[in-house]
Ligand binder design. Structure first.
Ligand code: NAD
Length: 358
């Protein structure tokens, strides 16, 4: 497939390749859709095996950001960038400043942020050259660690799921099995405990598992292989993507799947199977959007209160998606995509009509 054909098939507006021999920068910025606002999405640094793999990754990730921003009600488009390189060897001030200058040349069409292998020190260097960057720490006027806000959004998604599946929002006495107690899973466990939920958890990292037990004594550890078949109300994947797959789906005894991991369904057909089994699936890219909401506020003046209020809206949006899925008898992943697309299409049409009349 030719590159323009590829962009058309995925709906991308623009892809920009940056090359700076003086510092070894090789970067790709993909702007998927700017109908709702400037494209916001993190920058990932990775030693890609080929330029094609890097391009595939940035195209896929940027499209995902369009859907996430749209369903979350943000006035942002979807974009993402990748820097091809080894984060252990190739990072330098010159490289990030050069990247910042390139971002600046895009005239506010793309705003960058942290992603895999890009941290606050890198963001600070990018920010020396462009204002179109978010994700610094709170002491520097930024929005800080996104994980607590992501976890709060997941909690709101779990509450909406409980309301839909069990008839009440309260999580008192509900059993929740958390897969992965890293950054997000740990905050989530804390919030769930405060809500009176019974917590089961697992992690392949012993230190993380121990740390959780130290903080939440009543939480019960289970072996990583046992988490799927646990007799619980809610399964919360907070580790990896593609964990709802042919190997795991028949083991599930829960009524709800709701967690922070991206792309939890290995394939769309697994979303159909969940529906057939009567398991409610909280849309991953909506309920894990708390971090994006939090960082988006940096542009208009960050406040923790505003951020939490925004994250709370995830509850209402999740309820809307569940109702839409029921009304049209379609799986939740499809309902979520359709609603995200509908918002963009409506704004696009209004704009086209307006421009047509002037
Ligand atoms: P993290 O790396 O801090 O934590 C992930 C945890 O999962 C680790 O403790 C790891 O040991 C554990 N894990 C990995 N494989 C496992 C397995 N097979 N079984 C059990 N445990 C396993 O990551 P995080 O920041 O907490 O993010 C968790 C998930 O949420 C990721 O998929 C991430 O992409 C997604 N997410 C995170 C954010 C955020 O704000 N951090 C935002 C959106 C989505």
């Amino acid at each position: 497939m030719g590159i323009f054909e590829k962009l058309s098939s995925m709906g991308h507006e623009q892809v920009v390749f940056f090359n700076d021999e003086t510092c070894g920068l090789k970067a790709i910025v993909a702007i998927h859709d700017t109908t709702l606002g400037p494209a916001l999405g993190g920058c990932r640094m990775w030693p890609y095996s080929s330029e094609e793999t890097a391009l595939e990754d940035v195209l896929r990730l940027s499209k995902g950001m369009t859907y996430k921003a749209s369903i979350s009600g943000l006035n942002l488009g979807g974009g993402k960038s990748v820097i091809i390189g080894d984060p252990k060897k190739d990072k330098s001030e010159a490289l990030f400043r050069s990247f910042g200058r390139f971002i600046e040349s895009l005239n506010e069409r793309y705003i960058t942020a942290q992603d895999v292998n890009i941290g606050v020190p890198d963001i600070k260097q990018i920010a020396l050259e462009t204002a179109n960057v978010v994700g610094t720490d709170k002491t520097n006027g930024g929005s800080g660690n996104p994980a607590p806000y992501t976890a709060l959004g997941v909690l709101r998604g779990i509450e909406a799921s409980a309301h839909w599946a069990f008839g009440q929002r309260s999580l008192e006495g509900k059993s929740v099995a958390i897969q992965g107690v890293g950054e997000v899973g740990t905050y989530l466990a804390k919030y769930l405990m405060e809500m009176g939920a019974k917590i089961f958890y697992t992690d392949i990292n012993k230190d993380n598992a121990l740390k959780l037990k130290e903080n939440i004594e009543d939480a019960q550890y289970v072996h990583p292989d046992e988490i799927y078949s646990l007799d619980c109300d809610i399964f919360s994947p907070c580790a990896l993507g593609a964990i709802i797959n042919d190997d795991t789906i028949d083991q599930l005894k829960c009524r709800v799947v709701a967690g922070s991991a991206n792309n939890q369904l290995k394939e769309n057909r697994h979303g159909i199977i969940l529906k057939e089994k009567g398991i409610l699936y909280a849309p991953d890219y909506l309920i894990n959007a708390g971090g994006l909401m939090n960082v988006s506020l940096e542009r208009e003046g960050y406040s923790d209160k505003k951020s939490k209020q925004m994250v709370d809206t995830i509850y209402h949006m999740a309820m809307k998606i569940f109702a839409f899925s029921k009304e049209h008898d379609i799986p939740i992943y499809q309902a979520t995509d359709l609603l995200a697309e509908k918002r963009i299409k409506a704004v696009k049409e209004v704009r086209t009509n307006y421009l047509g009349k002037t």
